[in-house]
Design a protein. Structure first.
Length: 320
């Protein structure tokens, strides 16, 4: 007997409840485009209540290739778990934001985009902003809190942050030299690379590298707004950003929670843990670390047990 598509039922019921009971507030979403120079950033703003504006918002940042349309379930989940508004945006070149697909020339562009988002949220009278970021979003947000004024940012949560590629040193060196050669020597940075992890995305949850949950993997893998393989310039810019982050001899000035996946075949769990430890040496207790043994890169797409533990850890982090 086929499995009951629980998530499909959950999404449908969420939409029905939101439509017929708007005063509840859960799931009320407003789409808006924010402009940073020539780049239009697609955003979704989930309001907890239409009658009583919240002073707290969770800003969720996605990873490479992702689109916020893949995470509507997470917005509703965060609303109820943390009793706050939720805000998401497609980074440039991904989802419905403008820009060359899966491409960036330098991470300064991403950091500036995040600054535009945060200034917008502060203009909406939010006094407490909690950033929760995954993979590439973790690299962007970590750079931001090291380089920019914190403003209303109160906490930062990094989920499987992209502080390094998974794989051996020879493999990473080959990727870096290839990206540099194509981007800088031949000036073809917008060309797309083959997936830079040798383990492919299969259709079976037993062989994919994202999650052990087949239903969540189906949502992840079938979303039409995914932009796919990144450009050579994106790879080069990411590695430069990682080196820049590790060069800072200071720790973030806000409470930081880092969660990694023990069986991550996309990003380096070792690099993330090392960075957390370095921050801890600079400022004792500045980085709380938790590793999910045997779990895969898409922790927010993992099994319900993992998702429950993530909610508990984040809840304790933002509301100690």
């Amino acid at each position: 007997m086929p499995r009951i598509p629980f998530l499909d039922i959950y999404f449908i019921l969420s939409l029905v409840v939101s439509y017929f009971f708007p005063l509840n507030g859960y799931g009320k979403c407003v789409q808006k485009n924010l402009l940073n120079e020539d780049t239009s950033l697609n955003t979704e703003h989930y309001y907890l209540s239409q009658d009583a504006p919240s002073d707290t918002v969770v800003l969720y940042m996605t990873g490479q290739g992702d689109a916020i349309s893949m995470y509507s379930f997470l917005a509703l989940d965060f609303q109820q778990a943390f009793h706050s508004d939720v805000f998401m945006y497609d980074v440039r070149g991904q989802g419905k934001s403008s820009g060359p697909r899966c491409h960036v020339d330098h991470y300064d562009q991403h950091v500036k985009d995040l600054e535009v988002i945060l200034l917008y949220l502060e203009a909406q009278k939010y006094k407490k902003i909690h950033i929760i970021s995954h993979s590439m979003g973790g690299l962007i947000s970590a750079l931001y809190v090291q380089e920019k004024p914190l403003g209303s940012i109160k906490t930062l949560t990094l989920i499987a942050p992209f502080f390094g590629l998974a794989g051996g040193s020879f493999y990473k060196g080959f990727v870096k030299k290839s990206a540099s050669l194509v981007s800088n020597t031949f000036n073809y940075g917008t060309l797309k690379v083959v997936p830079f992890n040798p383990v492919p995305f299969f259709s079976s949850s037993q062989s994919n590298i994202i999650t052990h949950d087949p239903e969540y993997f189906s949502i992840f893998n079938s979303n039409p707004n995914k932009c796919g393989v990144p450009s050579f310039s994106w790879v080069m810019a990411s590695m430069q950003a990682q080196e820049k982050l590790s060069s800072y001899e200071k720790a973030p000035e806000i409470p930081l929670l880092m969660m990694t996946a023990g069986d991550d075949a996309v990003v380096s769990t070792k690099a993330a843990k090392k960075q957390c430890e370095e921050w801890g040496k600079i400022k004792a207790g500045s980085c709380l670390y938790h590793e999910f043994a045997g779990k895969r890169h898409g922790l927010v797409y993992e099994t319900e047990q993992v998702r429950n533990e993530i909610r508990q850890l984040i809840g304790q982090h933002i509301n100690p």
